[in-house]
Design a protein around this ligand. Structure first.
Ligand code: SF4
Length: 349
């Protein structure tokens, strides 16, 4: 069952409280580089993500949010470490949300200054606890960045914000260990009602990053935990968004595009299903419909294996049997399969 958290507002987007799970990513650029950022934001938005985080390493970066607010509709998150004044400046220059790691942001007075400006401007704060930058006191208490230590740090820092009369809080507890990440979020889900931002940090390059994120984020979402997510990959942010959407789609949580399922093929298969499935993904994968399309390797098990598919094909020798919801439609020549499937999809428009 979905954990229903408190709700916060980021611009016109709701996080938590039963709102749909949203996807976010992180820009590879400083917000000071307006033109490059605008170009990247457009690509990220086209991929299906409006919530974009930017590192704020210096004063120019903090000021940069102003131009990005004027030139885009993206929801901009300022990610600040070490210097609370940069978080204050980013909020004053139009950031829709601030992420701080109180473990390295400095004094309580600094955190209070961030809370004050965010309260005044109606901006939520994410407390982003990271296994690699946990407070020394937590490391000493738990002997390392354990799941308990991550969760306790997040809750302690949330309590500090609450003491400053600030409660528009989102929490994250990321570790590069998938198991620790899952455990830490489960602890948080039990112990508080703040919305949770999911992610596995430093997940890595393409394949390993995707696997770690799919297991970590996917397990939590399957348990009903999580209100927004970022897949962290050493890749273009657009790829992070695509993988995030694929995780949501695989769990049936959000389906913007077709789920194209295909069989693994086996000795019964007498045609090139691997390339047919790849072509089907290319041709139908971006359609704005949350349907299931099945590409199966044989007539023996194809329709049965894909009974739930809205549209499918079971291939034979030189031909394919089209079917809908597991029921046969007609046989078509192998080279016509995708065109015939396209015709069937047009009928639904
Ligand atoms: S659908 Fe047919 S070809 Fe594909 S894995 Fe199943 S039995 Fe093998």
């Amino acid at each position: 069952m979905k954990r229903v958290s408190a709700q916060v507002r980021v611009g016109d987007l709701l996080l938590g409280g039963g709102a749909p799970v949203s996807i976010q990513t992180m820009s590879t650029l400083s917000p000071a580089k307006t033109d490059l950022c605008v170009e990247q934001i457009r690509r990220i938005e086209a991929a299906g993500c409006r919530l974009i985080r930017f590192s704020v390493p210096d004063a120019q970066a903090a000021v940069g949010f102003e131009a990005l607010r004027q030139q885009t509709n993206a929801l901009l998150v300022a990610d600040v470490h070490f210097d609370y004044r940069l978080a204050v400046s980013a909020a004053e220059h139009g950031a829709h949300k601030i992420r701080i790691n109180p473990g390295n942001i400095g004094s309580r007075e600094g955190v209070k200054a961030v809370a004050d400006v965010c309260r005044k401007r109606g901006i939520p704060i994410r407390i982003g606890i990271n296994g690699g930058s946990l407070e020394k006191s937590m490391l000493a208490k738990y002997g390392g960045p354990t799941a308990e230590a991550l969760a306790e740090s997040a809750l302690q820092n949330a309590a500090m914000l609450e003491a400053f009369d600030f409660s528009d809080i989102v929490l994250s507890v990321k570790s590069s260990s998938v198991s620790k990440t899952i455990e830490a979020y489960r602890l948080l889900a039990q112990r508080c009602s703040y919305p949770l931002h999911l992610g596995v940090t430093e997940a890595g390059g393409a394949e390993m990053g995707m696997i770690k994120s799919a297991i970590g984020i996917g397990s939590l979402l399957h348990d009903g935990i999580g209100d927004t997510l970022r897949v962290s990959l050493t890749e273009d942010p657009v790829r992070e968004v695509e993988v995030g959407l694929e995780i949501l789609s695989a769990l049936g949580i959000r389906r913007d595009h077709p789920d194209i399922i295909s069989c693994p093929t086996c000795g019964r298969c007498r045609c090139d299903v691997i390339s047919l499935a790849a072509q089907a993904r290319q041709r139908f994968g971006k359609l704005d419909r949350g349907i299931t399309i099945a590409v199966m390797g044989c007539e023996v098990n194809g329709p049965g294996e894909a009974r739930e598919a809205d549209l499918g094909v079971a291939c034979g020798t030189g031909e394919g049997l089209l079917f809908r919801k597991g029921k046969p439609l007609r046989k078509v020549p192998f080279e016509r399969i995708l065109d015939e499937m396209a015709l069937e999809l047009e009928k639904d428009e």
